[in-house]
Write a protein of this length. Structure first.
Length: 378
C-alpha cells in the first residue's frame, strides 16, 4: 500500500519508507492517524451541530423530547469520541489477533459506557421534569421508577463490561442470585414496601395532594417514598404509613369525588294529620330543587319508628368541596325547619309511655307509697 504523502518525497531512504511500528508500515500508520483525527473532528462537529439544532427547535416549540435529546447529547464525552476514532483508525493497521482483540474490547467498552451515560442522563432529566415542573402527582412515581431503572441499567452495564473483557460472569451471576435470595429473605419487609410503592406509582390509588381516609386517619398526602407514605392529618400532625400496610387498608380518596351523595332522616311526630304527611315529600322537593348546585333524588315515607314517622331524603351535591356541601346542607335544613313551622308540622321527640296497673294508680292517688316489703327472716 502506497501513501501519497510519502510518494512526494522520492529522496527518502528506503529504510524510512519501510519503517515498521507494531508490525505496521509507516504509510499505514500515517493513514491510521489521519483517519483517527478526521473521525474525531467529524464526530465532535456532528455532536455540536445536532445539539445546537435541537436547542433551537426546543426554543421555538418547547417539547419534552427535544429537552431530553439536548440533555443526553450534551453528555457526550470527548474521551469516548477519541476512543471511537482510535478504533476506526486501527482498522487500517495490520494488528495481531491479540492487539485487534484488545482494541475491539476498548472500543466496545467506550460505546457501552457512553450509552449508559446517555441512558442515565435521560432518566434523570425525565425525573427532573416533574420535580421542577410542579407536577406533584407524578413526582413520587417518577423518582421511584428512575431509581429502579438506573439501578438496572448500571448492573447490566457492569455485567456486559466484565463479559466484554473476557471474565466469565456465569459464576458471578449465580453467586449474585444466591446472595440476592439471602438479602431478599433478610430484607423482605423493606422489599415489600418497595414493591408496594411501585404498585402505588403504577396503579395510582392516590397521589400527592389527595385527601384520603385510611381507617380513622383523615388527611392530605404529602409524600410517597420508597418505604413510607406521609399524610398530614386534620389536627396538623403527620401520620406515617408503611406502603405495604397502606395497600392492605381500605382507602377513601375524596379528591376524586365528582359529586357528593347526601341522605338524611326527618322524624315526624305521631298524630300528624294525613294531609300534612302527604305534603311533606312535595315540600322537600321544592326546597332542594330550589338550589342550583343540588340534584334532588327522592323523599319517601320509609319507616314506622318506635316514636316517630321517618321520612328519608336523598340528594346529590355537584361539588366535592366539603365546606360548600355543608353550606348547602345548612340552608336546606333551615328552610325545612321554617316551612314545617309554617305548615304546623311537628318534629318527633324521643319519649316513652309507662302504663301503671290499677292498684298502683290508686295508691299514687292517695299519696301513699304502697305496702312495705316484709323484713327478711333470719
Amino acid at each position: 500500500m502506497t501513501f501519497p504523502l510519502l510518494a512526494q518525497f522520492p529522496n527518502l531512504p528506503n529504510n524510512l519508507r519501510q519503517l515498521s511500528i507494531f508490525h505496521t508500515r509507516s504509510e499505514d500508520l500515517a493513514l491510521a492517524v489521519m483517519v483517527t483525527i478526521l473521525a474525531t473532528v467529524v464526530m465532535y462537529s456532528a455532536r455540536a451541530y445536532v445539539v445546537r439544532r435541537v436547542e433551537r427547535l426546543d426554543k421555538r416549540r418547547p417539547a419534552r423530547i427535544d429537552h431530553l435529546a439536548t440533555t443526553m447529547l450534551s453528555r457526550t464525552y470527548v474521551i469516548f469520541i477519541v476512543a471511537f476514532a482510535l478504533y476506526f483508525g486501527s482498522t487500517f493497521l495490520d494488528l495481531t489477533r491479540r492487539q485487534e482483540l484488545f482494541v475491539n474490547r476498548i472500543g466496545l467498552a467506550a460505546l457501552l459506557l457512553q450509552l449508559a451515560i446517555w441512558g442515565d442522563t435521560g432518566l434523570r432529566a425525565w425525573r427532573d421534569q416533574y420535580r421542577f415542573g410542579g407536577d406533584g402527582g407524578r413526582l413520587a412515581s417518577s423518582s421511584v421508577l428512575c431509581f429502579i431503572s438506573r439501578l438496572v441499567l448500571w448492573v447490566i452495564l457492569t455485567l456486559m463490561l466484565l463479559d466484554n473483557f473476557g471474565i466469565n460472569i456465569t459464576t458471578l451471576v449465580a453467586s449474585l442470585g444466591v446472595g440476592g435470595v439471602a438479602v431478599a429473605l433478610a430484607t423482605q419487609n423493606i422489599l415489600g414496601d418497595l414493591f408496594a410503592s411501585l404498585s402505588i406509582m403504577l396503579d395510582k390509588p392516590f397521589e400527592v395532594g389527595d385527601f384520603i381516609i385510611v381507617g380513622e386517619v383523615l388527611g392530605a398526602v404529602e409524600h410517597i417514598g420508597l418505604k413510607t407514605t406521609r399524610v398530614r392529618g386534620l389536627g396538623g400532625e403527620q401520620v406515617v404509613f408503611s406502603n405495604g400496610d397502606l395497600l392492605k387498608s381500605r382507602i377513601h380518596n375524596h379528591k376524586r369525588m365528582q359529586t357528593r351523595r347526601v341522605a338524611f332522616i326527618l322524624r315526624i311526630a305521631y298524630g300528624t294529620p294525613q294531609e300534612q304527611l302527604c305534603r311533606i315529600p312535595r315540600l322537600i322537593r321544592e326546597i332542594v330543587t330550589s338550589r342550583s348546585n343540588v340534584d334532588f333524588e327522592r323523599a319517601h315515607f320509609m319507616l314506622w319508628g318506635e316514636w316517630s314517622l321517618d321520612f328519608e331524603v336523598v340528594y346529590h351535591f355537584r361539588s366535592p368541596d366539603y365546606i360548600l356541601h355543608m353550606d348547602a346542607q345548612q340552608d336546606i335544613f333551615l328552610e325545612i325547619y321554617r316551612r314545617f313551622e309554617q305548615e304546623g308540622i311537628q318534629f318527633a321527640h324521643p319519649m316513652s309511655i309507662v302504663r301503671l296497673a290499677e292498684q298502683d294508680r290508686a295508691t299514687l292517688a292517695q299519696g301513699g307509697h304502697g305496702p312495705r316489703p316484709a323484713a327478711p327472716l333470719h
